[in-house]
Design a protein around this ligand. Structure first.
Ligand code: SF4
Length: 292
């Protein structure tokens, strides 16, 4: 069985940066260190950080004292206000590219564009973009959600959206309005991985996408591979892999989300190699029996 790996795997720079900041705060203080929500969408990494004393909570009310790390997706400004009101110490680990998307949305609003963000309404990053524009930017999933009232429309995009989705919205808008201004805020890491998984899916019987089930960018990679008609499994770790997935399979590819650590990817590669070695052994035994 041929096992191909995507070139771009493991943590992206925004995730590395957020984890580095959290660990640095942990090292430098004896006070409690918290993250509001998971610092990145990977449960294994969140568990590891909790063992180091960086605790994830769902709500600010669960935090009494200490440092609050703002995770890579950013937060709604109301949360920042509450953190400050409660005299907690905030440390901003928002990815600079998420900040850029927030800034671009504010710019479009200030320039008088009817502004939309293409993304998932409930995703923390999108909530932060909406919050930064005081609710003036509207969230759309696709062109079907558009209800244009103005002749000038501005667009920004959740950093992990697919290029195809952005293209569809732009194609829909172009013949219908006078002016459109688009900031393609899809992050470079995301677009590279999306292009790669698309190519890999075309040449594979099975694609394994490794990463958190709640990770938007990982789920998108799995979605893209499926759209190519390839059998695709989205897993968080090697223990989820089943031998039966690879019966009569000759070409397998592995891709990973931006919040998947190397040690999990290595575990997946190891497991696939073991499965392949077993398959070879069974085939060999069959050939020997046949010859006898
Ligand atoms: S995927 Fe892109 S936007 Fe998201 S944290 Fe990584 S670098 Fe930043």
């Amino acid at each position: 069985m041929e096992i191909k790996l995507a070139k771009n795997m493991g943590f992206c720079f925004g995730v590395k940066r957020a984890i580095r900041i959290a660990r640095q705060v942990r090292r430098e203080t004896k006070e409690k260190v918290w993250t509001l929500g998971h610092i990145i969408h990977n449960p294994q990494v969140v568990r590891k950080l909790e063992e180091e004393g960086i605790i994830a909570v769902d709500d600010l009310s669960e935090i009494d004292t200490g440092y609050v790390i703002i995770r890579s997706h950013g937060v709604h400004p109301d949360i920042l206000k509450r953190i400050r009101e409660r005299n907690l110490k905030e440390v901003d680990a928002t990815c600079p590219l998420v900040k850029k998307a927030q800034e671009r949305a504010k710019q479009l609003i200030s320039e008088g564009y009817e502004t939309y963000v293409i993304g998932e309404r409930a995703h923390p990053e999108v909530i932060s973009i909406v919050g930064e524009t005081e609710g003036k930017v509207r969230v759309i999933d696709s062109a079907d959600d558009l209800k244009i009232k103005n002749s000038k429309v501005g667009l920004v995009v959740q950093t992990t959206q697919s290029q195809d989705n952005l293209n569809k919205v732009v194609d829909y808008l172009l013949p219908r309005i006078l002016e459109i201004k688009v900031f393609n805020t899809i992050c470079d890491v995301t677009s590279k991985r999306q292009k790669e998984v698309k190519k890999l899916a075309k040449k594979s019987d099975v694609v394994i996408v490794v990463g958190g089930k709640r990770s938007a960018n990982t789920s998108r990679l799995a979605g893209i591979a499926r759209e190519e008609g390839c059998v695709t499994y989205h897993i968080e770790e090697a223990s989820e892999i089943k031998n039966k997935w690879f019966t009569d399979v000759e070409r397998v590819s592995i891709a990973s989300g931006a919040s998947t650590p190397d040690w999990i990817i290595k575990g997946v590669i190891k497991k696939l190699k073991e499965i392949d070695a077993n398959k070879e052994e069974v085939l060999h035994e069959r050939r020997v029996k046949f010859c006898n």
